[in-house]
Write a protein that binds this ligand. Structure first.
Ligand code: ADP
Ligand code: F6P
Length: 320
């Protein structure tokens, strides 16, 4: 039987995952492998829910958001007995290795499966950009551009009504989307889980800016901070400026990937296949100093991603 490379997407989806699947498929075919799309994340491995991917099967998907091979959260895979079951299925399917596109949890599964004897390589795919070992994650740029477009629309109506728009953006544990879109949209305040904030200070800034003639305001709140409705209510009560809370939600996870996401996904997908071709597993492909590199999964999981405090200060200093 021809040697095979599997590819799966796991955890929350992200625009650009399809571009990564396409790159993995085409790179692996070029190197003489057969390619298997494992559907619904690790569930597909456990249930033998897989499809052969030809070069044509991945045509016309580079521009699509979401993931054509579906994604899922598979809790069983945290247990070793299921990892061993997956390993047996991989052996039966003649898998030389698997590319896992997802976040930290997905990489833990990839490390376990590598330990069980199936080389796995992780690609960072999440809109949150919260993967420690990589400066950049597939989906981040698209999500931020989506947020920017939506907040620009909110700005129009906030301007007309001279209101304050309090906008919650995704980022359960990280404020990277909030910080960057906050700057891009001229937010008066940006609240992120990484930095403490004082609501009284936010209110003071809004009052001072209003006294200085500012008509409308944007406050960006990362999901991990929470309390968006309450924050809007408090601003309304204490400043007298009509405030509205908007939770952008899952719209941020969809949409056609930007150039950056398509290119990074293609580069990382290709790199992952190069590793598997050499029989190298238990690695995560990431971005460091603007270049694609690879790192041991355990090391990747133990790294700490810094929050850009200088950018946070800049945002604060230029928004009044
Ligand atoms: P998200 O943050 O969107 O949930 P992750 O990439 O962190 O995305 O994916 C989490 C998923 O990874 C889990 O639901 C599970 O299917 C899979 N997974 C596999 N093995 C593990 C593990 N050992 N620990 C955590 N998650 C795992
Ligand atoms: O993919 C990461 C993320 O977008 C987080 O920011 C968010 O909290 C989470 O996914 C929500 O995912 P779901 O609703 O699919 O559980």
């Amino acid at each position: 039987m021809q040697k095979r490379i599997g590819v799966l997407t796991s955890g929350g989806d992200a625009p650009g995952m399809n571009a990564a699947v396409r790159a993995v498929t085409r790179a692996a075919i070029k190197k003489g492998f057969e390619v298997i799309g494992i559907r619904r994340g690790y569930n597909g491995l456990l249930n033998n829910d897989m499809i052969k991917l030809t070069a044509r099967d991945v045509s016309d998907i580079i521009q699509r958001g979401g993931t054509e091979i579906f994604t899922a959260r598979c809790l069983e895979f945290k247990e070793w007995e299921y990892v061993l079951k997956a390993k047996d299925i991989c052996v039966q399917n003649n898998m030389a290795g698997i590319v896992v596109i997802g976040g930290d949890g997905s990489f833990r599964g990839a490390a376990d499966l590598s330990k069980a004897g199936i080389p796995c390589v992780g690609l960072p795919g999440t809109i949150d950009n919260d993967i420690q070992c990589s400066e950049y994650t597939i989906g981040y740029d698209t999500a931020m551009n989506t947020v920017m477009e939506l907040v620009d629309k909110l700005r129009d109506t906030s301007h007309s009504h001279e209101r304050c728009a309090v906008v919650e953006v995704m980022g359960r544990r990280a404020g990277h989307i909030a910080l960057n879109t906050g700057i891009a949209c001229g937010a008066t305040a940006i609240l992120v889980p990484e930095m403490p904030y004082d609501i009284e200070d936010v209110i003071k800034r809004i009052k001072e800016a209003r006294a200085n003639g500012k008509e409308q305001f944007i406050v960006v709140v990362a999901e991990g901070v929470g309390g968006t409705e309450e924050i809007a209510k408090r601003i309304n009560e204490e400043t007298g400026i009509e405030s509205r809370a908007t939770i952008l939600g899952h719209v941020q996870r969809g949409g056609s990937p930007t150039v950056r996401d398509r290119v990074v996904a293609s580069e990382m997908g290709y790199y992952a296949v190069e590793l598997l071709e050499k029989g190298i597993g238990n690695r995560v492909v990431g971005m460091k100093d603007g270049k694609v590199y690879d790192v041991d999964i355990q090391e990747a999981l133990s790294m700490k991603k810094p929050f850009d405090e200088r950018l946070y200060k800049i945002a604060s200093d230029i928004s009044f």
